[in-house]
Design a protein around this ligand. Structure first.
Ligand code: CP3
Length: 356
C-alpha cells in the first residue's frame, strides 16, 4: 500500500531532489472535463458525486487518465462538507454556487454548533479517501484538503458566496469574541477532519484559505493565520512510514509570506500576483512553494501557455522545492487540450533545473 510509483510531488514538498518539477492543478476534476459533466449527470448533482465513494473515486481519476503526467490526485469533495456536518444544510443552486439553509448570525447560533466527528458525520469523505487510495494503487500520491476556519466562517455567516463579506466582517469587528469562538470550533473540526483523511490514506493535505487575503493585515494574523497555525500543530505529520506534508494556500496572501512561512507547514501555495522567484528568496529557505500560473493563461493558445510555463520555471530557478500548479482553480470554460499543454510543458521544460 505504501509503495509509490511516482513520489516526486511529496519529494518536492520536502525539498528533496526530483528529476522534473511535479505538477497538478487545483480543481483538476471539474466542469471543464466532458467526462466530469457526464458523471455529474449520472449522479444527479454535485453533492451526490461527493457523497458516493464510487462516484467521488471515478471523477478523481478522470484528470489522471486524461493527463498521465499529473503527479498528484486530489480527493474529490468540497470545503463546505464541514459546515454541512455542523447542521447548516448545504445545497447547490445550479449556476448560483453554494447555499446554506441555516445561517450563523448570533453568539447563540455559534454556541449551538457541534464539532463534527469525522467517522460518524463525515464518514462518506473518509470512505472516498480509502476508495481512491485503493484505486490509485500507488500511481501518484493522494492529497486531502479542507477550507481554513476563516474561509469556512465566511460561507457560514453569509449563507453562501459573497462579494464583500459584510456580515462576516461586521461580526468580526462588532463581536470579536463570537468570531473567535466560531473560528476555534472550526479549527478543532478541521484538525480532526484532516487527521481522519490522513488515517484513511491522504498522503499530503492542503488548507484552502481562499478568502484570507480579503482581511486587513492585522485581522489576517488574528482571525485566519492564528487558526491555521493551530491546525498545523495538531496534524498527524507522519503516517505509513512517510512524512505527510502540509500546504497552506492563502489566496492574495503575498504580502504576508514571511509570517505564513512561520506557521509550521511544509509548503505555501501562491496565487499569480506573487513573483515566484521573489517568493523563493523571501521564504524558500523555510518552505517549499506551490503555484503559480494565472489560471486564465489557459484561455490563451498552447504556445502562449508553454511560454508562461517556461517563464515561471526560470523564475523559480534551479533545485527542488517547487510544485507547479495554477494560482487558483481551473475554470469551467478552459479547453481540456489547453490544460494538457500546460501539464506536459512542466515536465518537458523543467529537467534542466534539476541537474547537478
Ligand atoms: O481540486 C479538486 O479537483 C478537488 C475538488 C474541489 C472542489 N471544491 C470541487 C468542486 C476542491 C478542492 C474544492 C474547494 C473549494 N470549494 C473551495 C476552495 C478552493 C478555491 O477554489 O478557492 C471553495 C471556496 C469551495 C466552495 C465552492 N464549491 C464553491 C464557491 C462552489 C461553486 C463555484 C463553482 O465553481 O461552481 C463549489 C462547487 C464545486 N466544488 C464544484 C466542484 C467541481 C462545481 C460543482 C459543479 O459540478 O457544478
Amino acid at each position: 500500500m505504501t509503495d509509490l510509483k511516482n513520489d516526486r510531488f511529496l519529494r518536492a514538498l520536502l525539498k528533496q531532489p526530483v528529476d522534473v518539477t511535479p505538477v497538478w492543478m487545483m480543481r483538476q476534476a471539474g466542469r471543464y472535463l466532458p467526462e466530469y459533466r457526464a458523471s455529474r449527470a449520472k449522479a444527479g448533482d454535485f453533492m451526490s458525486l461527493c457523497k458516493n465513494a464510487e462516484f467521488a473515486c471515478e471523477v478523481t481519476m478522470q484528470p489522471l487518465d486524461r493527463f498521465p503526467q499529473l503527479d498528484a490526485a486530489i480527493l474529490f469533495s468540497d470545503i463546505l462538507t464541514i459546515p454541512d456536518a455542523m447542521g447548516q444544510g448545504l445545497y447547490f443552486e445550479t449556476g448560483e454556487g453554494p447555499r446554506f439553509k441555516k445561517v450563523v448570525s448570533t453568539l447563540a447560533d455559534i454556541e449551538a454548533l457541534p464539532i463534527p466527528d469525522p467517522q460518524k458525520d463525515l464518514g462518506y469523505v473518509m470512505n472516498a479517501v480509502s476508495t481512491i487510495r485503493k484505486e490509485l494503487n500507488g500511481r501518484v500520491p493522494l492529497i486531502g484538503f479542507s477550507g481554513s476556519p476563516w474561509t469556512l466562517a465566511t460561507y457560514m455567516v453569509e449563507g453562501g458566496s459573497s462579494k464583500d463579506f459584510r456580515k462576516t466582517k461586521a461580526m468580526l469587528y462588532d463581536t470579536p469574541q463570537a468570531m473567535h469562538l466560531l473560528l476555534d470550533k472550526l479549527a478543532q473540526s478541521v484538525t480532526s477532519y484532516l487527521n481522519g483523511q490522513i488515517l484513511a490514506g491522504a498522503q499530503a493535505v492542503q488548507i484552502f484559505d481562499t478568502w484570507g487575503g480579503n482581511l486587513s493585515s492585522a485581522a489576517y494574523q488574528e482571525f485566519s493565520l492564528a487558526y491555521m497555525r493551530k491546525i498545523v500543530s495538531g496534524l498527524i505529520r507522519e503516517h505509513e512510514g512517510r512524512k505527510v506534508p502540509v500546504i497552506l494556500f492563502t489566496k492574495n496572501g503575498g504580502l504576508w509570506l514571511e509570517s505564513i512561512a512561520d506557521a509550521g507547514a511544509d509548503a505555501l501555495g501562491l496565487d499569480w500576483t506573487c513573483d515566484l522567484g521573489e517568493a523563493r528568496r523571501r521564504v524558500g529557505h523555510k518552505v517549499a512553494l506551490q503555484g503559480n500560473m494565472d489560471p486564465t493563461v489557459l484561455y490563451a493558445n498552447p504556445e502562449a501557455i508553454r511560454t508562461e510555463v517556461k517563464r515561471i520555471l526560470a523564475s523559480y530557478g534551479k533545485g527542488s522545492g517547487h510544485v507547479f500548479n495554477l494560482g487558483h482553480g481551473i475554470t469551467p470554460e478552459v479547453k481540456p487540450e489547453h490544460a494538457g499543454a500546460f501539464i506536459s510543458a512542466v515536465h518537458e521544460f523543467s529537467g534542466q533545473y534539476h541537474q547537478e
